[in-house]
Design a protein around this ligand. Structure first.
Ligand SMILES: Cc1cc2nc3c(=O)[nH]c(=O)nc-3n(C[C@H](O)[C@H](O)[C@H](O)COP(=O)(O)OP(=O)(O)OC[C@H]3O[C@@H](n4cnc5c(N)ncnc54)[C@H](O)[C@@H]3O)c2cc1C
Length: 163
């Protein structure tokens, strides 16, 4: 059976070793080396904390930038729907075109928003445990129901070319 080799603490001290050796409280380690290792550990922890903080700040900025784009798209979708509804209420000759535009734009925009939100949640976004997957499915079918979005484009195109 081979003898267990203890770490050469002096050699480790000379090379600024990993903290594992110091953490054992090896009595052969002199106080100065222990203090140096603890200071090094403290510095490393502070550095890691700083890196984590800056990474989190970066991710938060990305997420809020995405969310602000989505919120803007949602606002635009609400506006076009209200414009179409107002055209319907006032029996405007533009009502059909505006309704087709609104249906296509709002359902596409809202599906994209929900789909991006799902992506943001990672795998959890896909699970039935959370309401998001339901929103994504419901919004997807709205691109099909009550006349598909391709047909909405056909309606707008007909108005565009005057037929
Ligand atoms: C959950 C659910 C509930 C529904 N509820 C109702 C309901 O209550 N009442 C009701 O009447 N119907 C209902 N439907 C049916 C729905 O309205 C139709 O599915 C929808 O109108 C599309 O028709 P389709 O499925 O026959 O597709 P199709 O008309 O066969 O179209 C298939 C694909 O081809 C595309 N396409 C077709 N023609 C063109 C063209 N000229 N130019 C470009 N692309 C084209 C379409 O956009 C679509 O992507 C429901 C459907 C679903 C999924």
């Amino acid at each position: 059976m081979s003898a267990i080799r203890l770490p050469d603490t002096q050699a480790h001290a000379a090379k600024e070793p990993t903290i594992g050796v110091w953490a054992t409280g090896d009595p052969r380690v002199d106080e100065e080396s222990r203090q140096r290792a603890l200071k090094r550990l403290e510095e490393e922890l502070l550095e890691a904390e700083g890196q984590l903080e800056s990474k989190l700040r970066e991710q938060l900025q990305e997420t809020t930038a995405e969310a602000s784009t989505q919120l803007t798209e949602l606002e635009a979708a609400r506006l076009i729907v209200r414009r179409a509804a107002a055209a319907m209420d006032s029996k405007s000759p533009d009502a059909t075109r505006l309704c087709a535009m609104a249906k296509r734009f709002a359902t596409d925009a809202c599906f994209t928003i929900a789909n991006e939100a799902l992506q943001l949640h990672g795998g959890y976004g896909y699970l039935k445990d959370f309401p998001l997957e339901r929103h994504v499915r419901d919004l997807r079918v709205h691109q099909i129901l009550e006349g598909t979005n391709e047909i909405m484009r056909v309606i707008v195109a007909r108005h565009l070319i005057g037929r």
